[in-house]
Design a protein around this ligand. Structure first.
Ligand SMILES: *[C@@H]1O[C@H](CO)[C@@H](O)[C@H](O)[C@H]1NC(C)=O
Length: 303
């Protein structure tokens, strides 16, 4: 669910990026061994979460009733607690408990093509400090995308309350935050935010087609504080935006779906190997908007 506005701003950014980018390094075959392929059971284990991310595109009334067709049916035992957003000034979101995963789920919608306001959020590629009320104790060197932070702040306390309620209601010990596209960025920020206010449970963040969310210090913070997997499909251009030349940097935890449909785990931050997103899509002209919504192991994002 990529907007024309995103593509346009992406084009502008990549034009700069193409000029600023250094010549691609030759692939070092000896280093390739540390990029490992996922087994089919490892890939299948992501599928329920892929559907949870896709479900975030459904209307809040439908996610609250868990009546949204194929997306909801894929996780049929899910027990929703709260949902919200208008798909415009606030992206849809929902919270609930998955008995089969033994986890609270928090999910954020990505960018809806028909919503201009959300598009503007995407176009705001400025790094700024974190609000220390929402993110107590976070260092001032940690910076995030201004638009993503503003968007996350709109739902932060409502989602925090819903997560606490859901943990208590189900005696949950795990919380998993998911999202696709802009929803992936919001999921990562919630993945950093929630553990600062809730203790005694383990957190995991799983995102799809996630843009860069913050600077190098943010990437380092994520690596040392939270468990993140960010899954990128083929030549999707969103994960290479905003450009590294603007100071943005991906944390570790990338899983890249290659053209042969193999899923590989990419070590390190923003890995420039051609088997990983940053190396495979050195600029926008090598990227594809068609790969953004998937399919991720057969799941195409959207309701
Ligand atoms: C990228 O992956 C290679 C394996 O091919 C690894 O040796 C290298 O350290 C990784 N790069 C970063 C930036 O972590």
């Amino acid at each position: 669910m990529l907007s024309a506005r995103v593509v346009f701003s992406a084009l502008l950014l990549s034009a700069c990026s193409a000029l600023a980018a250094p010549a691609p390094a030759l692939t070092d075959i000896s280093k390739r061994q540390s990029i490992t392929a996922l087994t089919s059971s490892q890939i299948s284990a992501f599928k329920p979460f892929t559907f949870f991310a896709s479900t975030a595109y459904c209307q809040p009334a439908n996610t609250l009733a868990w009546n949204c067709g194929a997306n909801c049916n894929a996780n049929a035992d899910f027990i929703p607690t709260a949902s919200g957003g208008d798909g415009s000034s606030v992206q849809f979101w929902y919270v609930g408990f998955s008995p089969s995963q033994g986890s609270v789920i928090v999910a954020h919608q990505g960018t809806d093509t028909s919503q201009i306001e959300a598009d503007l959020t995407d176009a705001e590629a400025i790094l700024t400090n974190f609000d220390t009320t929402l993110f107590p104790g976070i260092s001032s060197s940690v910076e995030g995308h201004d638009g993503f932070l503003k968007e996350q702040a709109k739902t932060a306390n409502t989602i925090l309350a819903a997560v606490k309620t859901t943990i208590a209601a189900h005696g949950a010990t795990k919380v998993t935050v998911v999202g696709h596209s802009l929803g992936g960025a919001l999921a990562l920020l919630d993945g950093v935010f929630l553990p600062l206010h809730i203790s005694g449970v383990t957190f995991r963040t799983i995102t799809y087609g996630m843009p860069r969310v913050g600077n190098q210090a943010f990437a380092d913070y994520v690596d040392s504080h939270i468990s993140l997997t960010h899954i990128n499909n083929k030549e999707d251009l969103v994960p290479i935006l905003p450009g590294r030349f603007l100071g943005f940097h991906h944390p570790s935890g990338e899983v890249h779906i290659m053209d042969n449909n193999q899923w590989v785990s990419c070590p390190g931050q923003d890995n420039t190997s051609t088997e990983c997103s940053t190396g495979d899509v050195p600029n926008i002209f090598d990227g594809s908007t068609g790969d953004h919504d998937g399919p991720y192991d057969g799941v195409t994002m959207g309701c």
